[in-house]
Design a protein around this ligand. Structure first.
Ligand code: 1PR
Length: 590
């Protein structure tokens, strides 16, 4: 599911409580039909008839943003495809739509709560029963089923028989959330998937709809992740997809295009892909800060020192954030991360250029965007308090798909380890509770500390591949805060375990010693952490050649590898990295 942000006009309905209704809107409709009461809810009697399609609104798409989520990405994708958006304000807007998109965001129970309380659920059922053009996305697919286990069981709309359950991480040792680019097994004809073929599409979710005999006629594709789950459904004009077309690059845009304009199906099909399973991701990272002239620039450090070694000692300037992000999208980056590296001392909501960077980038970059730096509670100079949730909400509203927490996660983990109890109050816990853990990355900035004996320190110590300067055979990885400026009494291993417990959905694992050195990832560190947690781990720091990527994927359980310097300096194109990985039989998205 995507990150949830409250939005008008339905925000007053969005609560963290469970679904209050005991019957699904569609089952209500069906039972009324059985009793010969007709298919309408009396509250909306005048509205619950579906208007015939009019040809005057060919370029208008109706969007059901029920107020629980960040749907900026889908809005951007629709505008990019030349469509204008009409927002649903009342159930009648659903019934009158010529084509309706329902992007699912947030959690199942609060979404159903809003649909029930506003009458939108019943209108949706009527619209779908009348076979009107519909596309549900992610939670917008799951809500069509009978029920979900997510904080439940909770009843769904009941359009499709079957249930939604959490991925079982013990099945096939998979990491949950399922984050990344996976392949579809396309079955029953679904025109909107015609261009997907064997190409990867982007998923991010912890719950999935389970295929069964009862729903097999609806299923148009499945995806394999530990087991088979439903990745799309289709019946007549009714479609829904578990993946995010708005985040699946050009392939995803073609899914949207084919839904919006079925005539586009006559266009020539693109080349077949070779996708067969979850791909390893290649991520481009942009460290962003304001330079001494006040311009927001992409910079890059050597072991976190981003200043030139010249007399002026200025901040290294490697380009403009929006331009570089667009370039990396075109070059095939699977994801783009922005790290506001001085966020720990500045107030990010005061740093409007960073928000603007996200807004502009998300307008035409259709892969996931992560943003980090300065996510914590903050009181500004006037004494106004901003919670970390407000900071995160602003980032999500501006186009981020995930936020990344650095320093504040270290303090939260220290506290958790010390007290042994979760307070529920840390930024990490709060943001993952409201937005889902798949939207929260923890960025770790550790520094290697060599020791002679594993018992020298009370932290996890490993035998290192390359001994230290004095022949030390062991090391631990000390976490730092404030961009590496301050070492803390906690190791990367202890931190990773703690933040997983506290609700992190993914770990971005940097290494200060390797940053900017171009000598390869610290595979000892990446192995340690990726073997210790059940959430995806992104290996970062030190990439210098394509071989460094295959090395980290062959020797560790990293789900993704991130690089900065080699991409900014145009030393190694993203495509060369991917071609090399393919040669090594490591699946990547092409
Ligand atoms: O602590 O929540 O405000 O978050 C601050 C964020 O900024 C953290 O994610 C932290 O990693 C990042 N950060 C802070 N200072 C620096 C710095 O470089 N001086 N950058 C910094 C982290 C590491 C990676 C880099 C990789 C790959 N930079 O982002 O991109 O090491 O580089 P390479 O391929 O060139 O080797 P908070």
């Amino acid at each position: 599911m995507e990150a949830a942000t409250l939005a008008a006009p339905f925000s007053s309905y969005v609560t963290s409580t469970q679904n209050s209704s005991s019957s699904s809107p569609c089952s209500l409709l069906l039972s009324r039909k059985k009793k010969n009461l007709g298919s309408v809810n009396l509250r909306f009697k005048s509205r619950l008839s579906v208007r015939a399609s009019s040809s005057t609104s060919d370029s208008v798409v109706t969007l059901l943003d029920y107020g629980a989520g960040n749907v900026r990405s889908i809005r951007n994708a629709l505008r990019h495809l030349g469509f204008s958006i009409k927002d649903v304000q009342t159930p009648g807007d659903i019934l009158n739509a010529d084509r309706l998109i329902f992007p699912g965001v947030g959690a199942f129970a609060p979404a159903m709560d809003v649909l029930n309380k506003t009458g939108m659920g019943e209108a949706l059922c009527t619209y779908i029963e009348n076979d009107r053009p519909f596309l549900g996305i992610c939670l917008g697919l799951q809500l069509l089923f009978d029920s979900s286990e997510e904080n439940g069981p909770v009843k769904g709309l009941g359009v499709i028989p079957g249930t939604v359950g959490r991925f079982d991480s013990s099945a096939g040792g998979i990491r949950v959330p399922h984050i990344g680019w996976n392949a579809l097994q396309v079955g029953n004809a679904s025109d909107i998937l015609d261009d997907v073929g064997n190409r990867h599409v982007y998923f991010v979710h912890s719950y999935r709809a389970i295929p069964s005999n009862e729903n097999k006629d609806w299923v148009s594709s499945t995806c394999h992740y530990g087991e088979s789950f439903i990745s799309s459904i289709r019946r007549g004009n009714v479609h829904a997809v578990q993946f995010h077309p708005e985040k699946s690059g050009e392939v995803g845009l073609s899914v949207l295009r084919r839904f919006l304009d079925p005539k586009s199906s006559s266009k020539q099909k693109p080349e077949e892909g070779k996708a067969s399973k979850l791909a390893k991701r290649v991520i481009a990272c942009l460290d962003v800060r304001t330079n001494d002239k006040g311009d927001l620039v992409v910079t890059k450090g050597d072991q976190y020192d981003v200043r030139e070694q010249s007399n002026e000692n200025e901040v290294r300037n490697l380009g403009k954030p929006v331009d570089l992000a667009r370039q990396y999208y075109k070059d095939g980056a699977d994801e783009i991360s922005f790290l506001n590296i001085t966020g720990f001392r500045d107030f990010p909501l005061g740093d409007l250029p960073m928000i603007q960077v996200l807004r502009y980038t998300s307008e035409n970059v259709f892969v996931p965007l992560t943003v980090g730096g300065g996510i914590r509670d903050f009181t500004d100079a006037t004494g106004r308090y901003y919670s970390s949730l407000e900071v995160a909400a602003e980032y999500f509203r501006s186009g981020a798909d995930k936020i990344s927490i650095g320093s504040d996660a270290v303090y939260a983990a220290e506290e958790f380890i010390k007290s042994g109890a979760k307070t529920g109050k840390s930024s990490l816990e709060q943001i993952s509770r409201v937005y889902g853990n798949q939207a929260v990355v923890v960025s770790i900035d550790p520094r290697r500390v060599y020791v002679n004996d594993p018992d020298d320190v009370p932290y996890k110590v490993i035998k290192v591949t390359n001994p230290g300067p004095n022949g030390e055979e062991y090391a631990w990885y000390q976490c730092t805060v404030s961009g590496g400026r301050e070492g803390r009494p906690i190791g990367a291993y202890e931190l990773a375990k703690a933040v997983e417990e506290l609700g992190a959905g993914e770990i971005l694992l940097n290494c200060i010693d390797c940053d900017g050195q171009g000598k390869g990832f610290d595979t000892d560190l990446v192995k340690l952490i990726s073997d210790s947690v059940g959430i995806p781990v992104i290996a970062s720091s030190g990439a210098g050649t394509p071989e460094h990527f295959s090395e980290v994927f062959e020797t560790t359980n990293a789900s993704a590898a991130l690089a900065a310097g080699i991409f900014h300096r145009k030393e190694v194109p993203i495509q060369s990295v991917k071609e090399h990985l393919l040669e090594k039989s490591i699946e990547v998205r092409m």
